[in-house]
Design a protein around this ligand. Structure first.
Ligand code: PGA
Length: 253
């Protein structure tokens, strides 16, 4: 069964004290009413234990995810974090292939395939990001770009493996810009992604796959975006740093 998910990507923000305050505020506001979706927060990795401890105190009202993982299993890779480490801290999710990682850290679809593989080996659900740049959309290449990202990084997995994935469509021109995709643009791309999955893995897997929208999704526009039949929630950047806004988004179904 397809699940609605709202995931907060804190990126490289918050001090330890701010992270503690934010997680406590999110949990406090969520407690009043369980929303019709799974709520995930992805803080910087140094705060994962903190977030997970807090969530545990609140009956695991929140799931916790990491923002990145190493493509290697373990060993001499200074500064990297292995999937086995995340698993040993009971992480539920991990973002993979965010456009900022592709752009600033040169991550390729081949590397992302390895990251997804590591996560699946450790039963952590990857939130796989895809999305086109502005020039690619303007040139009419957006479907092709997204199709290539998904095909190259994911379509060698078995259907059992694929069923653990969450896809996040994040048009790069909408991330952190305040320029959200229209509900129609989001729906069109999500339906396209679902059709690719159906073609490769069959209708049932496609129907069951959660496809999130990301890119300037906020408390004011979430309802309209989530009302689309193929938009199953959001990956939220800026607005996930304000507890009230984030919880409003999570209640937008
Ligand atoms: P934004 O970021 O909501 O700040 O646009 C979304 C994301 O990068 O995941």
């Amino acid at each position: 069964m397809r699940k609605n998910i709202v995931a907060g990507n804190w990126k490289m923000n918050t001090t330890f004290q701010e992270a503690e305050e934010l997680i406590a505020d999110i949990l406090d506001s969520l407690e009043e009413q369980a929303p019709n979706c799974e709520v995930v927060v992805c803080p910087p990795s140094v705060y994962l234990e903190l977030a997970s401890d807090y969530a545990g105190d609140y009956d695991n009202l929140l799931s916790i995810g990491a923002q990145n993982v190493s493509e290697y299993e373990k060993g001499a890779y200074t500064g990297e974090i292995a999937a086995s480490m995340l698993a040993s801290m009971n992480m539920d999710y991990c973002i993979v292939g965010h456009s900022e990682r592709r752009k600033y850290f040169g991550e390729t679809n081949q590397q992302l395939a390895l990251k997804v593989e590591r996560l699946l080996e450790h039963a952590i659900r990857p939130i796989f990001c895809c999305g086109e740049q502005l020039e690619e959309r303007e040139a009419g290449n957006h479907f092709k770009v997204v199709e290539n990202q998904i095909r190259e990084a994911l379509f060698h997995f078995s259907s059992d493996e694929f069923s653990n994935l969450v896809i996040a469509y994040e048009p790069v021109w909408a991330i952190g810009t305040g320029k959200t995709a229209t509900a129609a643009q989001a729906q069109e791309m999500h339906a396209f992604i679902r059709s690719l999955i159906a073609e490769k893995y069959g209708n049932q897997t496609a129907e069951d796959t959660t496809i999130l929208y990301g890119g300037s999704c906020n408390a004011a526009n979430a309802k309209e975006l989530f009302a689309n039949k193929d938009v199953d929630g959001g990956l939220i950047g800026g607005a996930s740093l304000k507890a009230n806004d984030f919880v409003t988004i999570a209640r937008s179904f």
